[in-house]
Ligand binder design. Structure first.
Ligand code: SF4
Length: 395
């Protein structure tokens, strides 16, 4: 654990209450972490030396926009004296969240327009997104769903999810269901299991993905009880979300290792954030660290243009520069795809620097990661005249 913030393992909310009975095991209990999360300005002020912008940001967040919640564990990773700490910037509100800049959208991925049943979003032919709760252990300041997370609804009942499950049953083309929210692992285990069973009973659903940040923000949630409860529902992919190497602590690495040992493929989606991780060195350290604990860096995501996140977004060109710096330098298993999820919900677009220098008759000149130009020669031409145009049956 970083030296700077060992103090924050004592929940800041306890500073204003009667001291709880001493129990060294309590901080290892995920319920305790949720109960003692910092959710208000006085508690935050007691834990960190706040700037004026953070203090006003926290006050603003309490009134409007994205609420605040920071587990004592995640708070312990924040540097109490440095407002540019990359963990702190992800979870402490900033007054600039009140600014609206060009391109900002309330619902950048058009999820409300693509809702096919209550709590179910379908933007692609073969997969759908089930929004099962509005709760998270920590509310990230750049959240794509800031319009809805933490709005007080909590976990959605199975009854309320009935129409979404009926839709999945009547649309066998949907083979992959992503359970998100909010964070599904912030739900009670028995509730989550009931939901997973209901999805698993739909024969056409082949894979389930759990989109969760708890390995990062609440790693003690990855308990033996949880793993035993989820294993019968395989194949379940865990889609997690590490953004900075500072988040790879012994506790979070243990959580990832436990998931991998229990047979869950763990994939990571990193959001590219200005001033937090927008450097090739930082991301190389993160991606290497993830691979060491069997987490596959899956996507590097251009930050969605969520209203109030202009100060955290980079230009697309910055992401391309970083990808170019990493290409050839990092092993392929540590290199994620760089993705822009197009505004309006039109789908993800993979982005690559341009490595094609010239195209000729049957030749293509490519630029390698070392900057050399190499020509690839196509095999002798054969006629495609009688072949049907390529199609994809699933569509
Ligand atoms: S954990 Fe995910 S859903 Fe929750 S606030 Fe963070 S980015 Fe948003």
């Amino acid at each position: 654990m970083p030296e700077a913030s060992k103090i924050a393992l004592v929940p800041t909310s306890s500073l204003t209450r009667r001291p709880a009975k001493k129990s060294p095991k309590r901080p290892q209990d995920w319920h305790w972490q949720i109960r003692n999360a910092v959710t208000n300005l006085p508690a935050l002020d007691a834990a960190l030396k706040l700037t004026d912008g953070e203090r006003r940001g926290a006050a603003r967040a309490a009134d409007a926009g994205l609420p605040m919640s920071i587990t004592p564990y995640y708070l312990s990773l924040c540097d109490p004296h440095d407002p540019t700490c990359p963990v702190r910037m992800q979870c402490v509100p900033d007054i600039r969240e009140g600014d609206e800049v060009a391109g900002d959208l309330k619902d950048p991925l058009g999820e409300e327009d693509h809702e096919v049943a209550p709590h179910l979003v379908q933007r692609y032919p073969d997969r759908a997104l089930l929004l099962a709760t509005d709760r998270c252990a920590v509310y990230c300041r750049f959240c794509t769903r800031s319009r809805m997370v933490g709005d007080g609804g909590g976990a959605v009942s199975l009854e309320a999810l009935g129409p979404a499950l009926a839709y999945l049953r009547s649309h066998p083309e949907v083979r992959d269901v992503i359970i998100s929210g909010g964070d599904p692992l912030a739900m009670a285990t028995d509730r989550l299991v009931r939901l997973l069973r209901a999805v698993r009973e739909i024969p056409s659903v082949e894979t389930i993905r759990l989109a969760t940040r708890v390995p990062v923000t609440l790693p003690m949630r990855i308990t033996g009880e949880l793993l035993r409860a989820l294993r019968p529902m395989h194949p379940i992919f865990i889609m997690t979300h590490f953004n900075h190497p500072k988040e790879l602590t012994p506790a979070s690495r243990r959580a990832c290792t436990r998931l991998a040992d229990a047979g869950f493929p763990v994939m990571n989606q990193t959001v590219l954030l200005a001033g937090i991780n927008d450097s090739a060195d930082t991301l190389a350290a993160l991606f290497r660290g993830l691979v060491r604990v069997r987490v596959r860096p899956y996507y590097l995501l251009q930050t969605d243009p969520v209203r109030g996140t202009g100060h955290l977004r980079t230009p697309l060109s910055r992401g391309l520069e970083i990808v170019e710096a990493l290409q050839g330098r990092l092993t392929g298993i540590a290199l994620p795809k760089f993705i822009c999820d197009t505004p309006g919900g039109r789908g993800k677009v993979p982005l690559l620097p341009n490595y094609v220098v010239a195209r000729g008759e049957g030749t293509t000149t490519l630029r390698t990661f070392r900057g050399e130009e190499v020509t690839y020669v196509d095999p002798p031409a054969r006629s495609h005249a009688n072949e049907p145009a390529p199609t994809f049956a699933a569509e």
